[in-house]
Design a protein around this ligand. Structure first.
Ligand code: BGC
Length: 911
């Protein structure tokens, strides 16, 4: 009987424990946005975690973090280098490490436990880690090594190798590596890491990133060999227009330091130095724009293994190069992602053999083929077929996206390119192969390794395709820097494009690391007078700087990073750059009016070819400049407020006031008309609060009438487009926003979709109605800028947003605005707190809204058209449910706050 009793007690205790465990737990640990990162160089890394709770209204009330240098020890509470102690706080994002000074090249393990407002305690989380990079330049004992001479022409890729001994039990082995040029490294014949196009692209003479790789499992007892191949890449290859090359230097080189730590506490370092050997291999040419030529007959076999005979190889030359500019890589490098099979093999009217992969993508083709030695295959890459159905690549300008492979013969040969990438959907095949088997080819998408965070879905298939196209525009152009296009001889970090697309990008993927890195590049290439170059890294020169809407990247992205992630540090880091840009505009202004200098204006706005009745939607460039001058100043004021810079907040608030006054005086008639009557002019004036309240309703009317005068078409270019629908919604005309969004004829977002686009086009009419193309000079079919509508689709249509007063989705707003006969729209976003959802449908006269608010966050819900409706949540009348904030009506809507949890609202709706 007693045993039975004990049994029951035990059973209940176990049940209870598991119930508690289920109620509250912690996962998704991140250090500086990343899971188990290598090479962290922040002095006080910021730690974040997510909270899982089965109960609604869960908030963290306290946390405890412990950090140690031994994983197993840490779980047992030993070898702790920092214990935060029990901290009463709801902070679960960006909590700073507060222990002793971090050592270089060390792995730190950490875990966290928390308590919540329901009295639950979570168990210690699983252990996560971060590894510190080489924190001081002096710790680089390796030497830069190169071939014997500098080369100015494109030539074969050099390969380097070194044999070394490793004796004893290895605790850890970490490789620190970077290059002038691109590198691919191997240890004992195995590729190191999954990254491509390393070390990425920065202004190399100012900032060169190195990578840190854990290679312990590739090492073996005894003789080992390490090797790497170099390619021209951004450093020395063709870059920008006009067939320029060698932008950063003529000489490829690398810096390699392998640090092995043995379990007995001793260390061994293998450095790049003059004892390394080099040769050339099968890569005869490799260039980002111009593809690769690979002669498999020149392969060197197992050249990166210890037993390889390298007697004919030359000794590497050591060269002097700066180590002070080295910084650890903090953003994800490019990696391989989706694979596509051949959808169709096409024989074109010209008789060409063309593979169609069904998706315009960026990356390369891999194949497995056999052919006799010396025969070749050439792949030519293009985005579209022409009107007649022939292969087309004239829009690539000077870029030759050609990959040529020469067979070694004797069996199946597998290949994919190394230091190049192509933008393509179609691949024309030439060469010696008699027959093409489509199953031998795969297209591989390659882009910066960002986690997908957002999905957006509706009942309208065309909108779903638009969302697909936006996401593929992002994938194709997030190649270490945000590029304008991925195919022609450009592929540059155009600042205007990046700023207009940022908010959309931050919904689709985790772009925090990517933009933290790139914004540093913006600051480091900023000119001494505060002006911002058109492209970052700046490869165009110091005269190509200072355009309105482009330079504002300096303020717009940091501020929106703060909104999307709640990251104050990015504001602090970028503040001097933000201020520099605003001060630059002030220095160019007279009487607070900025009306000088070159500006791109509302780039690629609607301009019909046969414009004989003034339908071209031209907006005065200086009007635009003044509006963005105000906007950037406003963002600087906001930033100064967040950072507690009181006097600067005041100073720039006064400036802002004067800028707006100057705008009114110069660009608004006494009756409230704008000197440019374009959509973009009204959109910018309204969006940036340039007009006094009393002039706004009339401006909205002008805007709507203008849209209607074009038969419900937009006419905006790069600068007006991102704000167009937002302005309409903000001023109560979501109906007009839907008309624009659902417009299927040119110019509109859905016109390219109807024309079969699988990405966003650079121009509203890249392919015209009659199938002919826009000018070959500038007609990319993969340009993300117009994809900026994605932000409105997430934030207004689906209604998922963060409250600016508690950014980074600490406080989430869910305020869908249905319309346009759409019966369903859903947005999901993996925030730093966890998954947030707004998912609505209209069914049998009922509006049904599913909301998910992650733990440790709260929500503000606005139910459209629910003011007088009887609303239920999970089948229960709303006012019978505890835990909601005060329910208020606001116009036709109902509003209230909620805590974390999953909710299902429902009410009859009349739309
Ligand atoms: C790029 C753009 C860029 C523009 C500047 C073009 O060549 O592709 O996207 O913003 O130049 O106006």
């Amino acid at each position: 009987m007693r045993n039975y009793h004990i049994g029951i007690v035990l059973f209940c205790t176990i049940l209870n424990l598991s119930a508690v465990a289920q109620q509250l737990s912690v996962n998704g640990l991140r250090t500086e946005y990343r899971s188990n990162p290598m090479g962290i160089d922040a002095a006080e890394p910021r730690l974040s975690w997510k909270i899982i709770s089965s109960r609604r209204n869960t908030m963290q009330t306290a946390y405890q973090i412990r950090v140690g240098t031994d994983s197993a020890g840490l779980s047992a509470g030993k070898a702790v280098v920092w214990d935060s102690g029990n901290q009463k706080s709801d902070a679960s994002v960006f909590v700073r490490y507060g222990g002793a000074l971090l050592k270089s090249g060390t792995r730190y393990f950490w875990q966290v436990r928390i308590k919540d407002n329901h009295g639950n305690s979570a168990a210690w989380s699983t252990v996560n880690s971060w590894h510190t990079g080489l924190l001081r330049p002096a710790e680089w004992t390796a030497q830069w090594i190169s071939t014997s001479s500098a080369d100015t022409v494109a030539g074969p890729s050099p390969i380097f190798r070194k044999v070394f001994a490793s004796e004893g039990k290895v605790k850890s082995a970490v490789l620190y590596i970077t290059a002038h040029g691109l590198y691919e490294a191997q240890l004992n014949g195995k590729r190191i890491g999954n990254d491509h196009l390393a070390p990425g692209w920065t202004s190399y003479h100012k900032r060169l990133l190195y990578q840190s790789y854990e290679v312990t499992s590739l090492l073996k007892e005894g003789q080992n060999a390490i090797g790497f191949t170099l390619g021209d890449g951004w450093y020395r290859g063709y870059l920008a227009f006009d067939r320029r090359r060698d932008f950063y230097g003529k000489r490829l080189s690398a810096l390699v330091q392998l640090v092995i730590e043995y379990t007995n506490g001793t260390k061994k370092t293998v450095n790049s130095d003059g004892s390394w050997k080099y040769n050339t291999g099968p890569i005869l040419r490799s260039d980002l724009y111009n593809g690769e030529i690979y002669d498999a007959r020149l392969e060197k076999g197992d050249w990166a293994t210890a037993n390889y005979n390298d007697t004919n190889w030359k000794n590497a030359t050591t060269i002097q190069a700066d180590k002070e500019v080295l910084e650890s890589s903090i953003s994800p490098l490019a990696t391989k992602h989706e694979q596509f099979s051949v959808l169709k093999v096409i024989t074109t009217p010209k008789g060409e053999t063309v593979l169609d992969f069904g998706q315009n993508l960026v990356g390369w083709v891999s194949f497995k083929l056999s052919a006799k030695a010396g025969s070749y295959i050439q792949l030519e890459h293009g985005e579209v077929l022409d009107k007649a159905g022939n292969f087309y690549d004239a829009n690539l300008r000077h870029a030759k996206q050609h990959v040529k492979y020469i067979f070694k013969g004797g069996g199946l040969e597998s290949y994919e390119p190394h230091f190049t990438y192509q933008g393509f959907r179609y691949v024309k095949i030439t060469g010696d192969l008699a027959k093409i088997d489509p199953s031998s080819f795969k297209a591989i998408a390659v882009y910066s390794n960002m986690d997908p965070t957002g999905t957006f879905n509706t009942s309208n298939p065309l909108l779903n395709q638009l969302q697909h196209n936006i996401q593929w525009g992002q994938k194709g152009n997030f190649m270490d820097v945000p590029t304008d296009c991925p195919q022609r001889d450009e592929r540059l970090g155009w600042t205007g494009d990046a700023q207009v697309f940022f908010r959309t990008a931050a919904f689709n993927m985790d772009v925090a690391g990517f933009f933290t890195k790139w914004m540093k590049d913006v600051a480091s290439d900023q000119l001494s007078n505060g002006s911002i170059p058109f492209v970052i890294p700046n490869v165009l020169g110091s005269n190509d700087a200072g355009s309105t809407g482009w330079g504002d990247v300096a303020t717009i992205i940091p501020w929106n990073m703060y909104i999307a992630y709640g990251d104050k540090e990015i504001l602090a880091t970028q503040y001097p750059s933000m201020k520099g840009w605003v001060d630059f505009m002030t220095s160019k202004s007279k009487d607070d009016l900025w009306n000088t200098g070159f500006h791109f204006g509302d780039w690629l706005f609607y301009r019909p070819n046969d414009d004989n009745d003034g339908r071209s939607a031209i907006t005065d460039k200086y009007l635009i400049a003044q509006a963005f001058y105000a906007h950037s100043t406003q963002l600087l004021v906001n930033t100064a407020r967040v950072l507690g810079k009181k006097s600067e907040e005041e100073k720039y608030t006064e400036l802002l006031d004067r800028i707006k006054k100057a705008f009114l005086k110069e660009y608004i008639t006494p009756n409230g008309r704008m000197v440019s009557g374009s959509q973009t002019a009204y959109v910018l004036a309204l969006n940036f609060d340039m007009l006094p309240e009393n002039l706004r309703p009339q401006a909205v009317d002008f805007l709507v009438r203008n849209i209607e005068s074009y038969g419900n078409h937009l006419t905006t270019g790069f600068l007006g487009t991102p704000y167009l629908c937002h302005v309409l919604s903000r001023f109560g005309r979501t109906d007009v926003a839907y008309r624009l969004l659902l417009q299927e004829t040119y110019p509109s977002w859905l016109y390219p979709v109807k024309m079969g686009a699988t990405t966003i086009w650079e121009r509203w009419d890249g392919i015209k109605q009659d199938g002919s193309f826009q000018t070959t000079d500038m007609n990319s079919f993969n340009h993300y800028a117009y994809g900026a509508i994605g932000d409105w689709m997430y934030r207004v249509m689906a209604g998922l947003d963060t409250d600016e007063s508690a950014p980074g989705y600490k406080k989430i707003t869910v305020a869908p605005q249905p319309g346009g006969n759409i019966s369903h729209a859903a947005a999901e976003l993996e925030t730093l707190y966890g998954l947030a959802v707004s998912d609505w449908k209209i069914e049998n006269g009922f509006f049904k809204l599913k909301v998910v608010i992650p733990a440790n966050a709260s929500g503000q819900i606005r139910l459209p058209g629910a003011a007088n409706a009887s609303v239920t949540e999970g089948g229960i009348a709303l006012n019978a449910i505890k835990g909601f904030g005060k329910i208020v009506t606001s116009g036709k809507d109902m509003e209230f706050s909620v805590g974390s949890g999953t909710y299902q609202f429902e009410y009859p709706i009349k739309l």
